[in-house]
Design a protein around this ligand. Sequence first.
Ligand SMILES: C[S@@+](CC[C@H](N)C(=O)[O-])C[C@H]1O[C@@H](n2cnc3c(N)ncnc32)[C@H](O)[C@@H]1O
Length: 369
Amino acid sequence: MERSENARVRIVVKFFKDTGYKVGQCVCASRTPHNTTQTTREQNLVVRMGRSSKDKRDIYYRLAKEEGWRARSAFKLLQLDQEFNLFTGVNRAVDLCAAPGSWSQVLSRKLRGQEETTEQVKIVAVDLQAMAPLPGVTQIQGDITKVSTAQEIIRHFEGHPADLVVCDGAPDVTGLHDVDEYIQAQLLLAALNITTHVLKPGGTFVAKIFRGKDVVLLYSQLKIFFSGVTCAKPRSSRNSSIEAFVVCQNYSPPEGYIPNMSNPLLDHAYDVDFNQLEGPNRVIVPFLACGDLSAFDSDRTYPLQLDSDKLYEYTPPTQPPIQPPYQQACHLRRNNLLSREDTASREDTASICPETERLSTQTAEQSHT
Ligand SMILES: C[S@@+](CC[C@H](N)C(=O)[O-])C[C@H]1O[C@@H](n2cnc3c(N)ncnc32)[C@H](O)[C@@H]1O
């Protein structure tokens, strides 16, 4: 057995000791040729159990696959629509931070639903990541905080402003709540900035917001551009998540406002401008729960067999990611390259590609800190 394999075994043994698991409770996922005791049938069973347990834990994940949505997020937009009637009279829409594309699917299905209106419908979807094509959706791969991306979106709508802009943008969370909230707020402001260029007066803007302390500041900024701003929490958005959505209706920018991509919109200081206000001057942002309240609770675990006369059947994901950022890490793990400590194995890794080498070195360094 190689040295790195020994280290792996030591880690697994420590895991069992620390957690109190008994070996029979869990099947070791080792892919080494030494572990040949599992039959294919058992392996398949384990794979299926693993998959269906996610189906059991997350009812909206499972329903999304059954209904053909690329992500469970589709239900959030659908439930927001139930409350706010977002799609009535909408022909042109922008989906910011769209990948893997379930919101674009909702837009495509809802706006292109009637054959005779398909010609007039224009949907532009933008994301940092590549997205599999969707009928009637023009895709732009780019960063919404960059002027060049904004200009590309604006070009698609020249002369014909959009009726609706949606943004489900979320940064890769760091776990540092203040940083995550700050980045989320910056994404929202970038989306708002693009919106001021492409949205028609009276149009609607929907965006993800984190229910952190800056919500009052963002709410006040949005109120300057929209006569109606509501913070809503769809039923399919877990209570345990700080995520919510702002639904901004009736776009009416201040008189004389000229959209400008290098304009930081309204650069208020949170503490000075808002946090020290008192009494009637202090804004308390109301939150609205939306979606049918008797609908599935996204924080609960449901049995796999929801319907007594319909047998549970596993549904694979509608559209697996086409170029996920974690692909490299999966490759390393699959080939047992993540845990190698010796220089020789790093040299092996480097022969795959320089990026693999960088990731492997980083992982080894992190595991020592
Ligand atoms: C929660 S996912 C969106 C899910 C999508 N609404 C759906 O229903 O499939 C958040 C997306 O935000 C994108 N994103 C984050 N920062 C971005 C940025 N600066 N520019 C463009 N997209 C960004 C990520 O790439 C990710 O695909």
